[in-house]
Design a protein around this ligand. Structure first.
Ligand SMILES: [Zn+2]
Length: 254
């Protein structure tokens, strides 16, 4: 007799069945790096994808001559151009200062507000539990989204947001990109060139050499994720429901 495993009691939602997605990133290029080809595949299939960028990206440079305010303006334009390549037409900007230490509850409040406005069935964000992730903007943003997923349906949280159609709304799942524990592999063979084209829009972030290096690394990872699945390139995600994200001991191995 086969015994049912606890982790199998709670099915993982199918990422590509989402019809409306709120894709959250700490900085203006994170989603392209982690999930750009999947975003392009979703918008081509008619799924509405809205971006929420948490910080202004103003410190992402080694050039002391460029001010954070000017870099933030450049990066917003680059982000808009990259998103347009992927078919994303709506972008929200929280404009927290980049790299200065995000406050979890302030970011969570912004994410909950965006969830109630956009009303997605799926959230996307970088995995805050990625081992060795050193950037606190990435960790705090991921944690804020995970917590928003379990709390945005509660009317007593941030009741001032409820006016103007921003009623409580509970997404069905969170898809974490840049994860070391993937449970979902999306065939992105057809949209891989769009991811690379979008990445190239972030001119302030890459030299031609570093763009080639990251492109080669991402392509090698995509082939690794696709190996044995019958297609060439895959992006990998950890998809979890809000139930998994709250006192569920098997979530790490789901
Ligand atoms: Zn980043």
């Amino acid at each position: 007799m086969t015994q049912m495993k606890v982790k199998d009691l709670l099915p993982i939602p199918e990422l590509m069945e989402a019809r409306r997605v709120l894709c959250v990133q700490a900085h203006p290029d994170d989603a392209e790096i982690g999930a750009g080809a999947t975003v392009a595949k979703m918008t081509r299939a008619g799924t509405g994808v809205v971006y929420l960028t948490v910080t202004d990206g103003g410190v992402g440079t080694t050039d002391a001559a460029i001010t954070p305010a000017r870099l933030a303006r450049i990066r917003r334009r680059e982000g808009e151009e990259a998103a347009a390549v992927l078919g994303v037409r709506e972008m929200l900007w929280a404009d927290f200062p980049d790299g200065r230490g995000l406050e979890l509850f302030a970011v969570r409040e912004k994410v909950i507000e965006a969830v109630r406005q956009v009303r997605p069935d799926m959230l996307m964000v970088m995995d805050p539990w990625l081992p060795y992730e050193a950037h606190s903007d990435h960790r705090i943003t991921g944690l804020a989204v995970a917590e928003a997923a379990i709390m945005s349906g509660f009317p007593h949280l941030h009741p001032q947001q409820l006016a103007g159609g921003r009623e409580p709304h509970a997404p069905q799942a969170v898809a974490f990109y840049a994860t070391s524990r993937p449970n979902t592999f999306v065939d992105v063979t057809g949209t891989w060139p769009l991811k690379m084209e979008a990445l190239a829009k972030h001119e302030s972030q890459f030299t031609p050499e570093s763009l080639d290096m990251i492109g080669a690394y991402l392509a090698a990872k995509a082939r690794e994720h696709a190996a044995g699945r019958g297609y060439e390139m895959a992006e990998a995600f950890k998809v979890l429901t809000p139930t998994h994200l709250h006192m569920f001991e098997d979530a790490w191995q789901c």
